[in-house]
Design a protein around this ligand. Structure first.
Ligand SMILES: O=C(O)C1=C[C@@H](OP(=O)(O)O)[C@@H](O)[C@H](O)C1
Ligand SMILES: C=C(OP(=O)(O)O)C(=O)O
Length: 644
């Protein structure tokens, strides 16, 4: 599985221009398609959900022209879709599936609508029941009440009163309202049960109004689509930035100091999720808002406070509160979020499972979630359940711990370059990478640089030695890649000052023997072993900073190191240093044998296919042949001073 390792963030600040709103993009595309005239849509969201809508519209006979960047020209068909037979694949896009179902049920054609497996588990029965009251013929191709669906031409008995349940998803009411103008007659839609996610209905009504259709309403109970209305293109439509996508950055500003400003949504937004900013303010964050921007900063006290909040009005952004709660004092309670269970995944269950992996105390109820943080979160690999919001909100946990996000590309549903943008507004714990050949003195230099800066120290070579030793003790052959990788993954290791404990036993001496050196070099050449040790090494990045030494620290383990040094010395000088070291420890040593052995290791290390030993372009060369240790340390500190 693909993964993305996030280094712990130390701060966040800056400005992010948001991608277009998913909810507005897909509504605008559908209404532009049904409208009379040509609509130019600007700042449209580019993502899986909008791609599915654009593809479907093209299949249905709508002219879609890309104008470059985020601009599209949509040739409205001025009524029902001209193509009367089609099979559509709508991925996991609720905002495409539900509204298209309604528009196609009234289009007098024969259509099949399918999605990804999860879409086929997301309910649509209440919408189909509503459409059947109009005479629409819709058949379930799988389970009753769920996609996929087959729609048949039908004589629509429009007009009168129609009832729709509103307590599972507001998208059913949205879908009916947007499709009803196709009938040309007055229809009153009555909502049965408590309507959830109400602000999304405001987006629907505002977008319909933009295309010339004013719906009359009686609060949240009834909506009347008047007779004789039709959609007319307003010419050019600008899509607002996505308010749900804003939530991750605003939370980052509140946790990581800020100020972090998002551009594209603000006071004037029609999206309910801008009210996420109020929830953050309740937690103590300092929020400022302009017409088209929102800015978040950490509380003046420095610490966020837990909240107890009914989140029904912000179902998507509320997920961000669940991970922001990891940084708040007290227990945060998110209530009235039952709809989470029928979205991209069962989000209440997924959230509880993954928060617990980090060590948080979580209580999950049918429609609520309680999150109590612990002082030190644990590093963890977070599963994302093909849910973009799981991936995005868990990125916030990187303010507390190194973190692995599995399947990070699932963010493509609504925010394909989320992680790239996050990187532009966050600063990670700094790393100095010191790579170089064996016996070059890099370990001594690295440890001293770390001590001088108050940083942690990672002796990555030691991890390979530990693996070799543990494998030997477990009777696993050093050539047995899978076996050694399993040993590496299960290593129980604690680094202390001048001490390394393996499963509780002091092994600093045991891993420094010549035999284990050979074994380390062998197991380090096995790709599966390197992969198993990768996350383990990244977990050392915490606190004020880290100095790591090894062979691929700057190229593979921490490619974003603040400073990369390739530290080397001539083979003769290295052999002499090693000789003196051994003699000093009272071991017998032979200069010639050491030199030969070093050359052989250099050759093996530089010829191996995975992470070969080499100076990378972005690393500075430090040849210590003629330098004392102090001179080498000063040089690295000097370079770091100018790099940061
Ligand atoms: O209408 C919309 O654009 C949406 C409505 C909400 O769904 P529910 O009404 O199912 O809660 C929301 O979660 C979804 O991401 C988008
Ligand atoms: C629930 C969501 O999506 P959909 O539009 O597919 O319902 C979401 O984006 O969080």
């Amino acid at each position: 599985m693909e993964f993305l390792d996030l280094a712990p963030f130390v701060s966040a600040g800056g400005t992010v221009r948001l991608p277009g709103s998913k909810s507005i993009s897909n509504r605008v595309l559908l209404l532009a398609a049904l409208a009379e005239g040509v609509t130019e849509v600007r700042d449209l969201l580019h993502s899986d959900d909008t791609e599915r809508m654009l593809e479907a519209l093209q299949q249905l006979g709508v002219g879609v022209e890309s104008l470059g960047g985020e601009a599209y020209r949509i040739g409205g068909v001025g009524g029902p879709f001209p193509v009367k037979e089609a099979e559509l694949f709508l991925g996991n896009a609720g905002t495409a599936f539900r509204p298209l179902t309604a528009a196609l049920a009234l289009a007098g054609g024969h259509y099949v609508l399918k999605g990804v497996a999860r879409m086929h588990e997301r309910p649509i029965g209440d919408l189909v029941d509503g459409l059947r009251q109009l005479g629409a013929e819709v058949r379930y191709l799988g389970n009753d009440g769920f996609p996929p669906l087959e729609i048949f031409p039908a004589s629509i008995r429009a007009g009168g009163v129609l009832q729709v349940r509103g307590d599972v998803s507001s998208q059913f009411l949205t879908a009916l309202l947007m499709a009803l103008p196709l009938t040309g007659v007055e229809t009153r839609v009555e909502v049965v049960g408590e309507l959830i996610s109400k602000p999304y209905i405001e987006i629907t009504l505002a977008t319909m109004a933009r295309f010339g259709v004013e719906v009359q309403r009686e609060g949240w109970q009834a909506f009347v689509v008047p007779a004789g209305v039709r959609y007319v293109s307003p010419g050019t439509v600008y899509v607002e930035g996505d308010a749900s996508s804003a939530s991750y950055f605003l939370a980052a500003g509140a946790i990581g100091g800020g100020p972090l400003r998002v551009e594209g949504v603000g006071k004037d937004s029609i999206q309910g999720d801008v009210r996420f900013a109020e929830a953050l303010a309740l937690m103590g964050a300092r929020i400022e808002m302009g017409p088209n921007w929102i800015e978040a900063r950490a509380p003046a006290s420095g610490k966020l406070q837990a909240i107890d909040l009914d989140c029904n009005h912000i179902p998507d952004a509320a997920m961000t509160l669940a991970t922001a709660a990891l940084f708040a004092e007290g227990t945060t309670v998110l209530r009235n979020i039952a709809s989470w269970r029928v979205k991209e995944t069962d989000r209440i269950a997924a959230m509880a499972t993954e928060l617990q992996k980090l060590g948080a105390i979580v209580e999950e109820g049918p429609d609520y979630l309680k999150v109590t943080p612990v002082p030190a979160l644990k590093p963890a690999a977070i599963d994302t359940y093909d849910d973009h919001r799981m991936a995005m909100c868990f990125s916030l946990a990187a303010f507390a711990t190194p973190l692995r996000i599995n399947d990070p590309k699932c963010v493509a549903k609504t925010f394909p370059d989320y992680f790239e943008r996050l990187a532009t507004v966050t600063r990670s714990v700094p790393v100095i990478a010191i790579d170089g050949p064996s016996a070059s003195g890099k370990g001594t230099v690295a440890a001293r640089v770390a001590a001088a800066l108050g940083f942690g120290y990672l002796d990555s070579g030691a991890l390979y030695r530990l693996t070799a030793l543990a494998a030997q003790r477990a009777g696993v052959d050093w050539d047995d890649e899978a076996g050694v990788a399993a040993v590496a993954a299960g290593l129980e290791v604690v680094f202390g000052e001048g001490s390394i404990r393996l499963a509780g036993e002091e092994v600093e001496g045991a891993i420094r023997t010549e035999e284990i050196s050979q074994g380390a070099s062998k197991v380090a050449a096995l790709p599966a072993v390197r992969a198993a040790l990768l996350f383990r090494q990244r977990v050392f990045r915490c606190g004020a900073g880290l100095v790591g030494d090894g062979r691929d620290i700057g190229s593979v383990v921490f490619p974003d190191s603040r400073l990369k040094v390739f530290l080397t010395a001539s083979a003769e000088v290295r052999a002499e240093r090693r000789y003196k070291q051994l003699i000093g420890k009272g071991f017998p040593a032979n200069m010639q044998a050491i030199l030969l052995d070093l050359r052989e290791r250099d050759r093996r290390d530089s010829e191996r296919s995975v992470a070969p030993l080499q100076q990378n372009e972005d690393a500075v060369l430090l040849d210590t042949s003629g330098l004392t240790i102090d001179q080498a340390v000063d040089q690295v500190l000097d370079w770091y001073g100018s790099a940061s």
